[in-house]
Design a protein around this ligand. Structure first.
Ligand code: NAD
Length: 476
């Protein structure tokens, strides 16, 4: 059994007290004891972060850039090791982790590292006076992560924070503690001052302590809507800046004029990638009634061909769900969908792949005959469950697509350019993809509207959110 400790002030440190058990989603067996960071250790982390932040923010942007670019190269060269840990943490397919999760963490460090050398302000001139503005760091920022993309979340949140000159404290999800510690060691080796990037471990209570701490200036959460509301309330007494990356129930609208094969593959990926455990997944697939039958048939065939099994095997496409509790939740939605009158075309059954019989596997499910007011259509399931809905006209489908409290992503499949623009204009979502889905290069903002949260990951918008404007006015 592994023992997982907090990474504070440049080294792993013991915590006295509670230990949480990390379960391997692939086998169902306990694999690690995670030491919940106690109050004294958290205070130690705050002191170390303050000192490190003073040192780090006194470097030039070029110097910070140099270290972050080295970190990016080291993250990239640790591809296999981080992938192994990501698969161990989440149970997701090796083929995904090695091609997406870990490379995109390294890319975030490369992108924000390169921006660190370019940060400038504005200058102003009036009669008898001049002024200048600059973006200055907030101080100590903290990230609280979900369990589905631990490497990506760690890098997406910390890289812009560090580029801006902040210190960063990460609390990964208690269910995925492995990669955060490995990343901390890599960053330290790359030359970050001790205390600049630290990892604390534990459940909501450690997250709450971060929110309530007066010396932390900003919280960035990736998690569920309920947690987002709690975090906002917990951060109110110290007036923290907050970024909330929350859940979704995104629509994918497939018009009859879309490239059929591309549309089918896009809908498949937008639902079953990472076994459906993706916040922006397009789980409401609206299909023009003219192509509905053909679409469902093609989707069923492709879904049937997906390889479920040991995520460490290269050919596996669908790995395990994160926990037994989550598996039960997803299975309960399969029952709910049936009892609501939706037709289960395929999947939705627990699986026991060879060698992984104790793991939390489910076959990807497709429901048809869905209605907008069914729970499987309205609520975030966060598993491989696709709801197919048919539509007749453009105005109708826009209204139905927007009829949700969420607003993270939305997709449009069409070969009519005018229609693509017209529909995109009217959809309420932070991210809209046309003839693609879920693509997020590092210079591209990602985040939601409505109850999917606020603030953006990636891009210059993330960088700005880890800084504040200081304006200096000089009277001649
Ligand atoms: P969760 O909300 O249960 O937990 C997220 C994190 O918040 C964990 O680290 C948890 O320990 C912590 N936490 C829980 N309660 C807290 C509290 N009161 N104070 C401080 N911290 C607290 O979410 P999850 O189950 O880990 O992840 C699934 C959810 O995350 C889904 O709803 C999914 O849509 C969402 N998500 C969103 C994005 C995005 O970028 N928008 C990405 C991935 C996942």
């Amino acid at each position: 059994m592994d023992r997982i400790k907090a990474f504070i002030n440049g080294r792993f440190q013991n915590s006295d007290g509670e230990v949480l058990i990390k379960i391997n989603p692939v086998s169902g067996a306990p694999i690690a004891e995670v030491e919940k960071t106690d109050t004294a250790l958290l205070e130690h982390a705050i002191t170390a972060a303050k000192n490190a932040q003073i040192e780090w923010s006194s470097l030039t942007g070029q110097e910070r850039s140099h270290i972050m670019m080295r970190a990016a190269r080291m993250l990239a060269s640790s591809l296999e090791e981080l992938t192994r840990l990501e698969v161990r943490d989440v149970g997701k397919a090796w083929s995904e982790a090695i091609s997406a999760d870990v490379p995109c963490g390294a890319e975030a460090y490369e992108y924000f590292g390169s921006l660190a050398a370019t940060l400038t302000g504005t200058s102003h001139k009036w009669s008898g006076a001049r002024g200048f503005t600059e973006r200055v760091p907030l101080g100590i920022c903290a990230g609280i992560g979900a369990w589905n993309y631990p490497t990506q979340i760690a890098c997406w949140k910390s890289a812009p924070a560090l580029a801006m000159g902040n210190a960063f404290i990460l609390k990964p999800s208690e269910m995925t503690p492995y990669t955060a510690n490995a990343i901390a060691e890599i960053l330290q080796e790359a030359g970050l001052p001790a205390g600049l990037f630290q990892v604390v471990h534990g459940d909501f209570s450690v997250g709450r302590a971060l929110c309530e701490h007066p010396d932390i200036a900003k919280i960035s959460l990736t998690g569920g809507v309920k947690t987002g509301k709690k975090i906002l309330a917990q951060s109110a007494s110290t007036l923290k800046k907050v970024t909330l990356e929350l859940g979704g129930k995104a629509p994918l609208i497939v018009f009859a004029d879309a490239d059929f094969d591309v549309a089918v593959q896009t809908a498949l990926d937008a639902n079953f990638y990472t076994a459906g455990e993706v916040c922006s997944n397009a789980t409401r697939v609206f299909v023009d009634e003219k192509i509905l039958d053909k679409f469902v048939e093609a989707m069923r065939d492709k879904t049937q061909a997906l390889k479920i099994g040991d995520p460490m095997k290269e050919e596996t496409q669908i790995g395990a769900l994160i926990s037994e509790h989550h598996l039960e939740k997803v299975l309960s939605y399969i029952s709910i969908g049936k009892s609501e009158g939706a037709h289960l075309v395929i999947g939705g059954e627990r699986q026991f792949p060879d060698g992984c019989e104790g793991g939390f596997f489910i076959s990807p499910a497709i429901f048809t005959d869905c209605k907008d007011d069914m729970r499987i259509v309205k609520e975030e399931i966060f598993g491989p469950v696709m709801a197919v809905l048919s539509f007749k006209g453009e105005e109708e489908v826009i209204e139905r697509a927007n009829n949700t409290p969420f607003g993270l992503g939305a997709g449009i499949m069409t070969s009519d350019l005018s229609r693509a623009h017209r529909v995109a204009d009217k959809l309420d979502a932070g991210n809209i993809w046309i003839n693609s889905y879920n693509l997020i290069p590092p210079d591209w903002p990602f985040g939601g509207v409505k109850q999917s949260g606020f603030g953006r990951e990636s891009s210059v918008f993330a960088l700005e959110s880890y800084s504040q404007v200081k304006a200096t006015y000089i009277q001649y």
